[in-house]
Ligand binder design. Structure first.
Ligand code: SAM
Length: 243
């Protein structure tokens, strides 16, 4: 199936929430490196290692943004495989598409504007679905998890890479100060947009912790759910399998 470059209408409210990314799209990659000190590359590398994606696999990278994971997957799936980079936000998707085309990715990568809550793909289609630093922005996370389950093949894997709750109280305090003080400051300096980065810090604080998210994945119908804390739980990689 070729999903081409489809535009799926999204609810106004959802579009507004995700609209924060219109203003950060152009500087997104540089901000990512700066804010995480480059460590987001290691978190993503670990995600790829856990994905079991191989030649011929079909992969959906939802909330894929500028396409870091998609790029890595495109090298693993080969010409027989398929990677769909999907995002609700057209600016992020455009930056991602231009970037990946510049890097020479082939026809195995497709681009699709889509809302994680109601994915426009067939049932039982993908071998693997990833969402990296995207789920916390999704309004109805339970609907999104159910939608992920639907489009995966039985035995297919979901991988959720997301900010989480640091396990150590001291680290938690340092990190809180960093995200509420330093992030908006850096955001203002580099993108002249402190608000978007304030939103980022708030969305991180509001996001369900490790056990809660795991429970939500169980409730959605995934099995063998588990998570690994990365960098002391600042980030967690949750995994599950469609039965
Ligand atoms: N996955 C990329 C990465 O790790 O670098 C991008 C992460 S970026 C922080 C979050 C992305 O989630 C944005 O591109 C935003 O447009 C997208 N997003 C937010 N809400 C969404 C939704 N409901 N459905 C799909 N994508 C969404």
């Amino acid at each position: 199936t070729h999903f081409g470059y489809t535009e799926v209408p999204v609810e106004e409210k959802v579009e507004k929430v995700a609209g924060v990314f219109h203003s950060v799209a152009a500087k997104y990659d540089i901000m990512n490196d700066l804010m995480s000190g480059g460590v987001h590359r290691l978190w993503k590398k670990y995600t790829i290692e856990c994905s079991a994606v191989r030649p011929g696999s079909k992969v959906l990278d939802i909330a894929g943004g500028t396409g870091d994971l998609t790029l890595a997957f495109s090298k693993l799936v080969g010409s027989e495989g398929q990677v769909v980079l999907a995002d609700i936000n057209s600016s992020m998707l455009n930056v991602g598409r231009d970037r990946l085309i510049d890097k020479g990715v082939g026809a195995q990568v497709q681009y699709c504007q889509a809302n994680a809550e109601c994915l426009p793909f067939p049932d039982d289609y993908f071998d693997c679905l990833t969402i990296a630093f995207g789920l916390r922005n999704v309004t109805d996370k339970d609907a999104a998890l159910r939608s992920f389950l639907r489009v995966l093949k039985p035995g297919g894997r979901v991988l959720v890479l997301e900010f989480s709750k640091p396990s150590n109280p001291l680290l938690s305090k340092v990190y809180d100060t960093y995200s509420f003080k330093a992030l908006p400051f850096m955001g203002k300096l580099i993108t002249d947009d402190a608000d978007s980065y304030r939103y980022l810090a708030e969305s991180i604080r509001m996001h369900p912790d490790q056990e809660t998210l795991r429970g939500m994945m169980d409730d959605a119908g995934f099995v063998n759910t588990k998570y690994d804390n990365l960098t002391g739980g600042i980030v967690a990689l949750h995994r599950g399998v469609k039965p």
